[in-house]
Write a protein of this length. Structure first.
Length: 305
C-alpha cells in the first residue's frame, strides 16, 4: 500500500483493497503447494516467509516509505467519533451497556437450551455470579476507554473479526469441515469433505488476514519498512498454542487464540517495561512456546490413555 499511496498517490481505499487482493493471491499460492502438490505446510510457509521477505526488500529497495495519508493512519490510531461534550465518551458507555445486555441474554438463552436437552449446567448461584463478574469487567473496560478517548478503530475491527470467524467456525458447514480436516484428514476425506478445496481456501483466508495485519501494522508505524513484522510468526504460533489450539489440529477456538494473543502482548510489554533486552525476550518467548506445546501433548496423551 505504501507505493500505491505515497508514490502513485492513489486513494487509501484503493490501496487497501489491492493489498487484500494481493494477500489472497499469496494465500492461494501457498494453498496450491500444500493442498494439491502435497508439500508439508511448514515447508511451504517457511519458504514463503523467505520468498516474500526477499521480495519486500527488492520492491522497497531496502528503504522505508512514509508518511501515509491521515485517513489510512486512523485504521490503527483512530477512535470512534463521539457526540457528547461531557468529558466522557458516551459512545463507549453505550457500547458497554449494549455488550452487557447481549452477553446476559445470550447466556440465559444458552442455559435454557442446555436445560431443555438435559445437559448438566452450573448452579444458579454460580451462573448469576458469572454474569455479574463478566458484566462488571465489560463496563469497567468500556468506562476506562470512555475516560480516555473512546473506542479505538482497531478494537472495532478486532471485535468484527471475532464475531464473524466465531460464527463461521461454530455455525457453518465450512467451519465444521475445517475442524474435521484438522482432526483427521483421511477420516474427513472419507466422510465427504473435499479436503484439498478446504485446505486451499483456508490458506487464501489466512493470506487475507495476514494482509489485514500488515495494513494495521503499517498504519501504526506510519511507514512501510523492509524489516517490519520480523519474528512476529513466533508470537502468532505461541498465541495459538497458549489459547488452546492443538499441535495435532482439530482443537481450538477463535476466542482462545485472542486470549493467547493478549497473553503474548502482556508478556512482550511486561518484559519491555522491566528493561529486558531483546535477546532475553526472544529466549523467554521461545521457552513459553515450548512449554505450551509440551502442555498440549501432555493433555493429548492423558486423553488417549
Amino acid at each position: 500500500p505504501a507505493i500505491m499511496m505515497v508514490d502513485w498517490q492513489l486513494p487509501a481505499w484503493i490501496a487497501v483493497i489491492a493489498s487484500l487482493l494481493v494477500g489472497a493471491l499469496i494465500g492461494a499460492w501457498q494453498g496450491f503447494w500444500v493442498a494439491y502438490v502435497r508439500i508439508p505446510a511448514f515447508i511451504v510457509t517457511l519458504a514463503g516467509m523467505l520468498l516474500f521477505r526477499g521480495l519486500t526488500m527488492i520492491v522497497l529497495e531496502g528503504q522505508s516509505i512514509s508518511p501515509f495519508p491521515g485517513g489510512f493512519q486512523k485504521i490503527s490510531s483512530g477512535f470512534l467519533p463521539d457526540f457528547s461534550s461531557t468529558g466522557y465518551n458516551l459512545v463507549s458507555i453505550i457500547v458497554g451497556i449494549a455488550l452487557t445486555v447481549w452477553f446476559i441474554v445470550n447466556e440465559i438463552r444458552e442455559r435454557r437450551s442446555q436445560l431443555k436437552y438435559g445437559f448438566e449446567v452450573p448452579s444458579q448461584t454460580l451462573f448469576v455470579l458469572k454474569l455479574i463478574v463478566v458484566a462488571a469487567v465489560i463496563n469497567l473496560f468500556t468506562f476506562m476507554l470512555a475516560s480516555y478517548a473512546g473506542i479505538p478503530n482497531i478494537l472495532v475491527l478486532l471485535f468484527i473479526l471475532i464475531v464473524v470467524y466465531s460464527f463461521v467456525m461454530n455455525r457453518t458447514i465450512m467451519g465444521r469441515h475445517v475442524y474435521a480436516l484438522g482432526g483427521n484428514e483421511k477420516a474427513a476425506g472419507l466422510s465427504g469433505v473435499k479436503t484439498k478445496k478446504v485446505t486451499f481456501w483456508v490458506f487464501v483466508n489466512m493470506g487475507v488476514l495476514a494482509a489485514i495485519s500488515g495494513l494495521i501494522f503499517a498504519a501504526r508505524l506510519n511507514a512501510a519498512t523492509p524489516r517490519a513484522g520480523t519474528n512476529f510468526e513466533l508470537d502468532a504460533i505461541a498465541a495459538c498454542f497458549i489459547g488452546g489450539a492443538s499441535a495435532s489440529g482439530g482443537i481450538g477456538t477463535v476466542f482462545g487464540a485472542i486470549i493467547g494473543g493478549l497473553v503474548m502482548g502482556v508478556l512482550n510489554n511486561g518484559m519491555s517495561l522491566i528493561g529486558l533486552g531483546i535477546d532475553w525476550q526472544q529466549g523467554i518467548k521461545g521457552l513459553v512456546l515450548l512449554l505450551a506445546v509440551a502442555f498440549d501433548i501432555y493433555n493429548k496423551n492423558k486423553r488417549s490413555a
